[in-house]
Design a protein around this ligand. Structure first.
Ligand code: FE2
Length: 347
């Protein structure tokens, strides 16, 4: 943690200096100021800070304590700068104010320097991880929006397929009680599930009518090709797994691995259903869209065969009673999470 750049603000000069000396002895670069105005101007002048430690009860000439003003300023203008609040007058109100102003941590005086140092390290490490994750998520959002367009350029009959599968999969995930983190990964997997089709010849992808055995074997390579294409998503191993498994079946007769039952995790099983539903409900080069009744019959028959039995029944019953509206129940919530970039809700 050497080289951490710290802004330290306290109007108790002796305390500020002893904290400053401790952090300097640990290899940090410390800027110490003793009032609110100087702290605000230092924040504006130093864009590269890693941590702000401030006393809460700084004189501010305003009803709000100076430390809280600084924390609120950082929440709005420097969201990646963690703030640790210090106070000699702990109270519930103050703790609540600290939380509201998005302070990272809150310590009472007298400050035990080794404790403050540990909390400071934790704050800086965690904030750096969050920033790194945001960067990754931004990159991934861009890629995951671009790659499906590349598939659609090869096979225009699948236009909008990935976006719809994201919506269907997320709706089923909500209905099945899947947690927020897994839903996020599932939405990314749904967006990318067919990316391997980039490696399949257009003549096979867009062939009207049935494929022969040889062509079927070629197209069945797309989950594995997709798995390789998204290899750089090392931080999202589940996403890669679900892309790889999106043509597996509950009864083990799918491909590429012939996985059975719960060998594919619940979100992966949801993706399998969502992708088949969209294939049945839309026009393809080899077929017309199926009616909701025909789709419901299919899911009922295939529950426990092609599909997870519970999920198959949920879709069969939902589509039979509500048609395509079954998948629209939660779609506004999914879309509110950010339209084309909804794959990653803000941290
Ligand atoms: Fe596929």
């Amino acid at each position: 943690m050497e080289g951490i750049r710290v802004l330290l603000v306290d109007d108790e000069e002796h305390l500020a200096r002893s904290i400053g000396n401790w952090f300097t002895s640990k290899g940090c670069k410390v800027h110490t100021v003793f009032d609110l105005e100087k702290a605000l101007s230092t924040l504006e002048a130093l864009p590269e800070l890693d941590l702000l430690i401030t006393d809460v009860y700084l004189q501010s000439g305003r009803p709000t304590p100076g430390g809280q003003i600084l924390a609120e300023y950082c929440a709005e203008n420097r969201p990646n700068l963690p703030v640790i609040l210090l106070t000699g007058k702990p109270s519930l109100d103050l703790a609540i104010a600290g939380i509201r102003s998005h302070a990272f941590d809150f310590l009472t005086k007298p400050v035990h320097l080794p404790v403050l140092w540990r909390r400071a390290q934790k704050a800086v490490t965690e904030m750096r991880l969050r920033a790194r994750l945001s960067e990754l998520e931004r990159d991934n959002s861009l890629l995951s929006a671009i790659l499906p367009n590349a598939i659609e350029a090869k096979d225009p009959t699948t236009r909008g397929h990935s976006d719809r599968v994201v919506r269907y999969a997320d709706t089923l995930a909500i209905k099945s009680g899947v947690g927020e983190e897994e839903r996020r990964d599932l939405r990314l997997a749904a967006q990318l599930h067919d990316v391997g089709k980039i490696g399949i010849p257009e003549s096979i992808l867009t062939k009207p009518g049935k494929l022969n055995q040889e062509e079927r074997l070629v197209i069945q390579q797309h989950p594995e090709i997709g798995f390789k294409i998204i290899e750089p998503l090392k931080d999202f191993p589940r996403v890669r797994d679900w892309v790889y498994q999106h043509h597996e079946r509950w009864d083990g007769r799918g491909y590429p691995q012939g996985l059975k039952g719960e060998e594919v995790a619940l979100p992966g099983r949801i993706l399998i259903l969502a992708e088949v539903f969209d294939a049945l409900a839309t026009t393809r080069s080899y077929k017309k869209p199926w009616s909701p009744e025909k789709i419901a019959d299919f899911f009922e028959q295939e529950a426990g065969h092609h599909f997870d039995p519970d999920l198959g029944k949920i879709v069969a019953e939902g589509v039979r009673s509500r048609g395509a509206a079954f998948f629209q129940e939660f779609s506004s919530e999914t879309e509110q999470a950010g339209g084309q970039t909804f794959l990653f809700p803000a941290l």
